[in-house]
Design a protein around this ligand. Structure first.
Ligand SMILES: NC(=O)c1ccc[n+]([C@@H]2O[C@H](COP(=O)([O-])OP(=O)(O)OC[C@H]3O[C@@H](n4cnc5c(N)ncnc54)[C@H](O)[C@@H]3O)[C@@H](O)[C@H]2O)c1
Length: 279
């Protein structure tokens, strides 16, 4: 079912790699809802991913950029405004990567060059994006900027490693920049804190399969899928949420408010009798 929620709206979507990516689903949904947009990802991701297929399906232009490089972001916003005939109404930041996670470095044995890279790619890139957009005056009044986060910003979750620190910083940037952008330009800035989801980035997290089973059992509504996340993003890009800003919005089936559920307790009781619990 479509609602034409984004009819006439223009945007930029960062971070679609392949059909599992959350940004990929957002692009399909935004297209269905009537938006026009450009797509961006790193040159390497464009070689390994399938971004051109998505561009074909949605009639979008692809503009390569490393989101840690301010000059690349400058290029994306300028070319997007040229291609879309003016300012944009929405921006999606769906970018995250940790070399410590990839190389299986544990949190008490981090490589600090990797750690800085994690923060730069997964959090500072969002500040860079907002700063470039503001300097270029690239977003229309009542526009909406959304980044994707995870509950490891607030809670310690085994295996999430330095990405938890990156997500905390990301959410802090939302508050700090959200104030300035809201005050000066009436632009909304929010994060969506999404359930664990099977994507390329998600699959890198240690114990992801078991974590998804746990969160599914704990959440009264079950895990939120990437398609459902795309639905939520579209509402945040639409005019129906014009006074929502500086928020971290949980999209997790209720997980973030639970302490223990019957389904999770049943599973725990089954496991507690075997001698297989590890630290
Ligand atoms: N999958 C999950 O369980 C989950 C849960 C909550 C939040 N998130 C967040 O959702 C977002 C999207 O991740 P996803 O799960 O769709 O995985 P994904 O791997 O499909 O997307 C991550 C994207 O980041 C891009 N990227 C990495 N380095 C970049 C750089 N320097 N410049 C520009 N782009 C770069 C990758 O190319 C990729 O397209 C991330 O912020 C992630 O942390 C994911």
């Amino acid at each position: 079912m479509t609602y034409n929620l984004l009819k006439g709206k223009k945007g930029i979507i960062f971070g679609a790699l392949d059909s599992k990516s959350i940004a990929w689903k957002v692009a399909l949904k935004a297209h269905e809802e009537g938006a026009r947009f450009t797509l961006s990802n790193t040159p390497a991701a464009m070689r390994f991913g399938k971004l051109n297929d998505l561009a074909g399906k949605t009639g979008s232009k692809v503009i390569p950029a490393d989101a840690t490089k301010v000059e690349d972001l400058w290029d994306v916003f300028k070319k997007s405004m040229e291609h879309l005939d003016g300012k944009v109404d929405f921006v999606l930041h769906s970018i995250g990567m940790s070399l410590n996670v990839r190389k299986k470095r544990l949190y008490d044995d981090l490589n600090y060059d990797y750690f800085i890279k994690t923060l730069d790619i997964s959090a500072l890139s969002f500040h860079k994006m907002l700063q470039v957009a503001r300097k270029l005056d690239a977003i229309n009044e009542w526009g909406s900027v959304v980044a994707l986060s995870y509950i490891a910003a607030q809670r310690t979750l085994y295996g999430y490693n330095d990405m938890g620190d990156a997500k905390s910083l990301l959410e802090s940037i939302v508050r700090s920049f959200g104030y300035i952008y809201g005050r000066d330009k009436k632009i909304r800035v929010n994060t969506i804190s999404q359930s664990p989801t099977k994507t390329t980035a998600g699959s890198g997290v240690k114990g992801m399969g078991n974590l998804m089973d746990f969160t599914e059992r704990m959440s009264p509504l079950g895990n939120a899928s990437s398609e459902e996340c795309a639905d939520y993003c579209v509402t945040l890009f639409s005019d129906l949420t014009r006074k929502v800003t500086m928020q971290n919005l949980y999209h997790d089936g209720g997980f973030s408010t639970m302490g223990m559920s019957l389904r999770a307790m049943n599973m725990y009781n089954r496991g507690i009798d075997c001698d297989c619990l590890e630290d």
